[in-house]
Design a protein around this ligand. Structure first.
Ligand code: BV8
Length: 233
């Protein structure tokens, strides 16, 4: 592998599947037994905020339960960041903290984070490991019922898009790991990177049909460490 390459990585829920976190599009088309528009949209939140708080409280509790740990794929990406002699930018659509727990240091959570909440009134973002409800009080402005998950819902602008677009334009290598490539703008990142001259690869249980230069098929906990070994060799 040539030295000093700029590597940009995008991960999706497939990288956390073997850690025990259900992927977004389960086969029955629902997501944790809910319709997406009811639990991952601003309209759904204004229609029934308690349902949305419960939805994210349950996922946060599962993440913090002790049953969910980073897997070998998360560990391998942290090793790539430590050992690669060029830039490694890690973008994730996931809202879990498994990349950080595996040792990745600068993770761009473009869809937000389960362990953060935001006040709709004053905009303050807090770390949290506690459930939130419509009675929760904002510690910054004392607003009652003004807290929401610090999550990007459908129809909302993803976070860090300026940094992401910069990184994609400078990428020499773009790797998409464990994502079905259905949700935009993330699904279009490989095309932006390719337009900037990057080689693009996909690592997934099955090829998604998007036009990557190369596809590695297999479980992330096996294929990602193999790809990192290859990239560092
Ligand atoms: C926006 C919240 C603009 C966090 C999420 C038509 C065309 C283009 C776009 C649109 C359109 N209609 C609507 C849109 C926009 C919309 C969109 O893309 N809709 C889709 C459904 C068509 N996008 C948006 O609304 C985005 N915002 O566009 O804003 C804008 C402009 C101006 C002003 C304002 C706004 C916001 C999108 C973010 C939505 N939030 N989640 C949360 O609660 O989790 S998205 C949700 O999908 C999750 O974040 C998830 O990460 C993400 C992507 O899903 P995947 O991670 O890919 O998961 P999935 O199950 O689909 O796939 C898993 C993959 O893993 C599979 O391929 C599987 O094979 C693989 N796998 C499984 N196991 C393994 C594995 N691989 C390896 N190893 C394994 N073991």
């Amino acid at each position: 592998m040539k030295t000093g390459l700029n590597i940009v990585i995008l991960t999706g829920s497939g990288i956390s599947a073997e850690s025990g976190i259900p992927t977004f599009r389960a086969s029955d088309g629902t997501w944790h037994n809910h319709k997406v528009e009811d639990v991952a949209s601003p309209e759904g939140f204004s229609r029934n905020p308690s349902l949305v708080h419960e939805f994210y409280n349950a996922r946060r509790q599962h993440l913090l339960s002790g049953d969910v740990e980073p897997n070998a794929a998360h560990d391998a990406l942290a090793r790539l960041e430590r050992e690669h002699d060029g830039d490694v930018v890690l973008i994730t659509q996931n809202v879990d903290d498994l990349h950080e727990r595996a040792g990745s240091t600068s993770v761009l959570h473009m869809h937000g984070e389960l362990l953060k909440i935001r006040c709709n009134t004053c905009g303050t973002v807090f770390p949290t490991d506690q459930p939130t409800t419509i009675e929760s009080v904002c510690d910054a402005c004392a607003g009652v019922g003004s807290l929401r998950p610090d999550i990007v819902w459908f129809g909302e602008m993803p976070f860090h898009m300026d940094v992401i677009e910069q990184a994609l334009s400078k990428a020499d290598l773009f790797a998409s790991i464990g994502t079905s490539g259905v949700v935009y703008p993330a699904a279009g990142f490989y095309q932006i990177a390719a337009a900037g001259g990057a080689e693009t690869i996909e690592i997934n249980l099955e090829a998604t049909g998007s036009r990557f230069d190369e596809t590695f098929v297999g479980r992330a906990s096996e294929t990602v460490p193999e790809w990192v070994d290859l990239t560092l060799s």
